[in-house]
Every structure is written in C-alpha cells, then in structure tokens.
Design a protein around this ligand. Structure first.
Ligand code: ZN
Length: 484
C-alpha cells in the first residue's frame, strides 16, 4: 500500500553526529481510522513496538512506523500508547445447542471476551444454521460462526437426548446407506466441516470420509472406538478433538485392547450410547496409559505431523471435570455474566456436586497435558478450543483459561496465541485473509491493556475489540453481556 505514501521528507540533522532523519508523510484513505502508537503482537512475527495500524472498512490496510507522519483528521485516530494489539481470538470447539436457552447469549459473551470467531463442533443442523445466519446478518455484534452440523455417530449414538448431559447433538446411523443419505443432507446445508463421532463402524467412517473428500470438506472428530488412530488418520481424518482415544492406539497392549473393545461394542446388554461409551473408557483408558509405548507414540506423532492432523485438546475441560474447579467459591462470582436462568441452574447443579477430586480423571487429565506438550514439541498442529458451555465452562472466559493451560503444558505465550488465531484460520483455508496482523488481513482484532507475552492471562485485560473493522469499546462489550 505504498501508493498512500505521498511525500518523503529527509532532513539532514547535524548534532553530535551526522544523522539522516527520514519520515514518510502518509495520507490516510477515506473510510479509515488509525490506531496510533500500539505494540503489535503478530502470532508469527511476534512483537513489534510502536506502530500505527490503519483500518479501512473491515481490512488492515497499513502498518506504519511511529515516525511516519500521518496526514489525517484527529477524529479518526485512537491513541493506543502502552497498549497491545492481537488478532481476534477463536474458540475452536463450542456447542451452541448444548443448552438452547443459553445459545442466544453466547455470541455476546464471546465478543465481550475478544472471541471474534468460533467453530461449532456439533449440534442439530437447523439450530446451528440459524446461529450462523445470525452472525452473517449482524456481523458486528456476533462472532464469525463456522459449523459442523450434527455429530455423525453410529449406533447407539452418544448424544441422543437421553439426559440433560447428553442432549440431541448427533445423528444416529445404523448402516452405510443411512450415513450416505444423512451426510449428503448435512453437506447440502452449507456446513463448513464435518464431525465424526465415536460409535461409527469403520465402514461408516470410510463412507463419511468419501463424501467429505468429494465435497472438499475437512473432517474432525473422535477416533471411532472401532478404529485405531493409525487407520482413522490414514483414511484422511483432518482433526482430532480432545486427543480422544489416542492412548488406546499407543499402548503396548493396543491389539488386546482393540479386540476387547470390538466385543464390548457388540453391546450385548443393550446399553444406551453414552453409558456404553463411558464404560469402555473406564475399562480401557487407564490400562492404556499404564502400558504407554513410546515407540508407538513417536510413530503416531509422526503420522499426525505428516498428515497435518489438527488437535483441539480441550485441556481445561478435563481439568475442570476431574478437579471440579467449578465448585470453588471464586468461580461462582463469574456466573454473573450468564443469564439468570443459566446462573440459577448451574449454581443448583454445582452445589449438589461433591467436591471430591476424581483421582482417575485427574491422572488422565495430567497425562493428557504432558502428552499435548510432547506432541507440540514434535510440531503437531494445535488449535485452542474449550467445549463451552459443557462442564460449566463460561463462553468466552474459558478460552483464556485454556490458553493458560496450554502454556502450562509447554507452549510459549506466543505459541498459545497462535493456537487461537492463525491456526484455526489455517484449518479453514483462511490463511492470508484473517488471523494475523498484516496488510490485507481482516480487521478482527483485540486491543489489550497489558502484554500477553509477559503473562498469558493478560489476554483477558481487554480494552476494546474490533469486529469487521468496527471498534467496540469496553463499555459496548460489557453491554453485550447479560446484566443480572
Ligand atoms: Zn464437544
């Protein structure tokens, strides 16, 4: 965008030394504003202090040095001295339809916390399409919403409305014919990706992958219990949620576990999907961890890297469930951000929960955190996601805590920011368009009062959010959240 630089003044200054001082005079185009004297944190290039960032409509059009002389009216400049600019954040794993009464409040909560994009990883197609349309119709007051449609599950399906913990988020498929017709129906509703779930048979999974590849859609999900990580990834799986079932494939006794699992999946006692699944996990998970085979793990990590399989580990979810951190009194005050009905419901449920730590869950959670650190060191690609509002994870707030857990698991602060900005953009093929602070990128941004490279928690210290180029002050952000 050098054509905006109209003049170049160079003055010879003779003080103690001969110094040539050059400053560009830059005319700001129409329909623009300038954020002056801000420190940029680009997820790839890192920190660049004292820059002026020009936003024209909804695009970053110029990034100028602070000695560039800006020719612009005062009313289009914002002095951001001492502040930090990061790209708008993503929560790459959310469910609008887990609690339909909370769904209408979730977009505001996300934006108020600097989350400008979300990936809905499973829910009834009509509801998630409605949420996506809402974001398209009012793109300033809503995050960008990318949807998978329902979880594509086998039989018995896990999320089948059997209890409030397992609302109807999935489609049950009894054979390949059902998979083909159901998946084609979902694809025709303009979903952005697909999500495979745990009870699929191998043949159903392969049928799903064939349609997805034909329609150029990425597939993320849980490794089906009927498959190994190796067979699912070699069949083209693009992403894994919660690192689900990795441990079963990297155990020295993985073949024995697999054979046992195939028998359990025959479901002789006709258990509901959610019960069958958790019974398999409780019988196999810790045995697999106890038999961890480093060679198999290295082989798995290599395959995940070579096939570019995105990991969204949702570490906070596991931590929360096992340690029951939501029973901590300090958490209750956070619930004021939620609508009254949700707040009341959560408090009732939380006070009925015992505070005893789930020791097995905690072991698994800690194992996952260290496994995530190891996979990250091997360059397996990661995205930050939470599963909100499952597990009393507050929409928006929980993403920031997930970033803290990622840092505790071995990510640098900048690497953690990358998992919530440019990485999810890359998952959707949007690299070069959004997720970075570069010319030509979308102006979905967050202005912070303090530096998240010093302390990652500073991502919560939000001064303003820019959505589609439109600046939302702290006051407007607060007004997007529920007021009790
Ligand atoms: Zn989920």
């Amino acid at each position: 965008m050098n054509y905006y630089k109209t003049l170049k003044n160079c003055t010879l200054v003779f003080l103690f030394f001969n110094i040539i001082s050059c400053s560009n005079q830059v005319t700001i185009p129409e329909d623009s504003y300038v954020i002056k004297n801000i420190s940029i944190i680009d997820p790839i290039d890192g920190l660049q202090s004292n820059k002026h960032v020009v936003i024209t409509n909804d695009i970053i059009t110029m990034i100028l040095d602070n000695d560039d002389e800006i020719i612009a009216k005062d009313d289009i400049t914002i002095d951001a001295t001492g502040k930090y600019l990061i790209p708008g954040l993503w929560d790459a794993h959310i469910h609008f339809s887990f609690d339909t009464s909370l769904a209408p409040y979730m977009p505001g909560l996300f934006l108020a916390h600097g989350i400008t994009s979300v990936r809905d990883t499973g829910g009834p197609i009509d509801l998630v399409v409605k949420m996506k349309d809402l974001s398209l119709n009012d793109s300033i007051k809503n995050p960008n919403i990318y949807i998978a449609g329902p979880l594509i599950d086998g039989t018995p399906n896990v999320y089948n409305n059997s209890s409030p913990s397992f609302p109807l988020l999935s489609i049950e498929n009894r054979d390949i014919i059902e998979i083909e017709s159901n998946v084609l129906g979902i694809v025709d509703k303009d979903v952005d990706f697909l999500k495979a779930y745990e009870m699929l048979t191998e043949n159903q999974f392969l049928a799903l992958m064939r349609i997805a590849k034909k329609r150029n859609l990425s597939v993320t999900g849980h490794i089906p219990l009927s498959m190994t990580l190796f067979s699912a990834v070699n069949s083209g799986l693009n992403g894994m949620e919660h690192i689900r079932n990795l441990e079963l494939s990297v155990a020295s006794n993985s073949e024995e576990l697999y054979k046992e699992r195939i028998e359990l999946l025959k479901n002789p006692n006709n258990l509901p999907g959610s019960v069958l699944r958790s019974s398999i996990h409780s019988q196999q998970r810790l045995r697999a961890i106890d038999s961890f085979d480093n060679n198999k793990f290295q082989e798995a990590a290599k395959l995940l890297v070579s096939n570019n399989v995105w990991q969204t580990p949702t570490l906070l979810l596991y931590r929360n469930f096992s340690q029951k951190t939501y029973t901590d009194p300090s958490f209750i005050s956070e619930l004021n951000k939620l609508p009254n009905q949700t707040k009341k419901k959560w408090i009732k449920e939380i006070t009925e929960t015992d505070t005893v730590v789930d020791k097995n869950g905690l072991r698994y959670s800690k194992w996952l955190e260290s496994t995530v650190g190891k996979l990250h060191k091997k360059n397996v690609p990661f995205m930050a996601g939470t599963d909100t509002p499952i597990g009393y994870l507050i929409p928006g707030r929980s993403l920031h805590i997930e970033l803290e857990v990622l840092v505790e698991s071995g990510f640098s602060n900048l690497e953690a920011i990358k998992t919530a900005t440019v990485n999810p953009a890359t998952f959707f093929g949007l690299e070069g368009k959004t997720g970075r602070i570069k010319n030509g990128h979308k102006a979905d941004l967050v202005i912070l009062n303090s530096n998240p490279l010093d302390i990652i928690r500073n991502t919560q210290d939000i001064y303003a959010v820019i959505k589609n180029g439109y600046l939302l002050s702290r006051k407007s952000l607060d007004s997007l959240m529920y007021k009790n």
